[in-house]
Design a protein around this ligand. Sequence first.
Ligand SMILES: Cc1cc2nc3c(=O)[nH]c(=O)nc-3n(C[C@H](O)[C@H](O)[C@H](O)COP(=O)(O)OP(=O)(O)OC[C@H]3O[C@@H](n4cnc5c(N)ncnc54)[C@H](O)[C@@H]3O)c2cc1C
Length: 379
Amino acid sequence: MTELNETQKMVLSTVKEIAQKEIRPRAAGLDEKQEFPWETVKIFADNGLLTPLLPEKYGGIGAEYLLFSMLLEEISKVCASSALILIAQADGMLPILFDGSEEIKKSVLPGLAKGKLAAFAATEPGAGSDILSMRTHAARRGDHYVINGQKCFITNGGVADVISLYAYTDPDKRANGISVFAVEKGSQGLINGKNENKMGMRGSMNSELFLEDLVVPEKNRIGEEGHGMANLMATLDTSRLFAASQAVGLAQGAIDEAVRYAKQRVQFGQTLSLIQGVQFMIADMVAATEAARLLTYQAARCLDKNHQRLIRKYCAMAKFMASDTAMKVTTDAVQVMGGYGYMKDYPVERMMRDAKLIQIYTGTNQIMRLVTGREIFRE
Ligand SMILES: Cc1cc2nc3c(=O)[nH]c(=O)nc-3n(C[C@H](O)[C@H](O)[C@H](O)COP(=O)(O)OP(=O)(O)OC[C@H]3O[C@@H](n4cnc5c(N)ncnc54)[C@H](O)[C@@H]3O)c2cc1C
């Protein structure tokens, strides 16, 4: 908290209040029903939280990455799915903010602060970790492109008003042949497929998208033709910070539940909190989460200070450390709470399912170690 100025502290304390009063009571229901949480989107939009990173001139509050990281943490403590909606919003918005023309920025970005939704679409059925094997192709036809292909697992995909979509404009050039487009809802040839039925993060939507002769005007190309890979990597770096922040919040939320329970559950004539074996588990959970939090804030500082040499490594390290920590801590929280932890009456079983995704999405933790290793030996 000491690093934040008075305005930032005020934003953070407002978000804490909203998370506890408005997001927490909805979390179990969202998980149970797996419906898209329009009410939650409205809460975020009404409180100016849908696009905190967006500069003021486009309708945001121009938050630093560190503040956004802390906001995601607060929301994830009570409902990681709700934080995922904000993450998908940022992932869809940042490609446009990074490289879009002023015309496209002015036409798309202000709406995202007010309630319109964004998505980021790179993954395909045959191209996950190996993103260069994507097959989606954009062919230039005069003043527009015609895009054919398929995307999968896209967060907010079925509800997004604008999708930052990656496609080859010149497949022979591999990494130098990818371009990115702002695809608007209702575009001719944009077809929504199924929404996935997921293990966790069930208060968010993940969709298939089919692109069948999808027509996109040239003015909706983000940045130069062939510069999409740099845009994708810059967006993924930030997205890994967001995933790490979500993981830290999730781990902290599980600790809060386990500590609360351990203080009141009596076995062998004493509360669990007085049993040394339980204290040791909780000490490990708290220490690991605090370490993950510090690394995550360090990654956020690298982004805020635009430390180009460090961003990729720190965001990847924070992502794998924080999500591996969240997986272990949420599993241990269930253990501390015994049979009750396994029941849906308590949130820790949902938190454990939610944590699993963070080890997978926005680059798996194996790929995060690969990226970190490459950066270390490149230095
Ligand atoms: C809920 C959810 C939300 C998502 N949201 C989005 C989104 O909004 N936009 C988007 O574009 N994508 C999204 N994704 C896709 C996500 O980023 C990919 O699932 C992820 O990158 C992994 O790709 P894959 O699932 O194809 O797994 P694969 O790449 O097939 O990997 C399978 C396994 O092999 C391992 N592996 C693969 N290659 C290597 C290697 N070289 N070295 C070591 N291990 C390796 C992986 O670590 C993994 O364990 C989402 C996925 C999920 C599940």
